[in-house]
Design a protein around this ligand. Structure first.
Ligand SMILES: [Zn+2]
Length: 165
């Protein structure tokens, strides 16, 4: 495995462990280096890697991991695990759960109080906003995957019911 692959894998691992990390980049670099262990590249190398837009795109598209710098006052960073469930019942439970405050992302539950524009409302099948569900742009896709999974499962269930009638 080359260094980039190792960094991608361990960034994903840290995201899975914390689910939603919010904090300074320096701390994040330390967590990733700690996860790699003795073979960890120097902090500067990790920093350059994480700050690259291409890294952030690869993480999101291939590693179910979102990484971005927030627009909050301290310019803190977010590392969010975007992995989705395959069991429709579990997905339905997660969709039904509401975070403790409307300032939190409904998917990853990170609190974005005071950060303008951090969260967007969910858009339903008909193109209408769902004001009760607020999401990071990055979290909107896994949220929708859960929605689709539950919709497909309940569609399948009603098909079975109909065929039994
Ligand atoms: Zn989120």
């Amino acid at each position: 495995m080359d260094t980039n692959q190792i960094l991608l894998a361990h960034t994903q691992y840290v995201a899975k462990f914390y689910q939603a990390y919010r904090g300074p980049l320096e701390k994040l670099i330390e967590l990733i280096r700690y996860s790699i262990g003795e073979a960890a590249p120097a902090p500067d190398r990790v920093r350059n890697f994480l700050m690259r837009e291409s890294t952030q795109r690869t993480l999101e598209q291939e590693w179910e991991t979102a990484l971005w710098r927030s627009a909050d006052r301290t310019k803190s960073w977010r590392l969010v695990c975007l992995a989705t469930q395959t069991d429709p019942e579990v997905a339905a439970r997660l969709l039904a759960k509401r975070p403790p405050s409307p300032d939190c992302c409904s998917f990853c539950w990170a609190d974005e109080r005071g950060v303008m524009g951090a969260l967007i409302s969910e858009i339903d099948l008909y193109g209408n906003e769902v004001p009760a569900v607020r999401l990071h742009r990055q979290c909107a896709r896994p949220w929708k995957l859960h929605r689709d999974l539950v919709a497909r499962a309940s569609g399948a269930a009603s098909n079975i019911r109909e065929s039994l009638l």
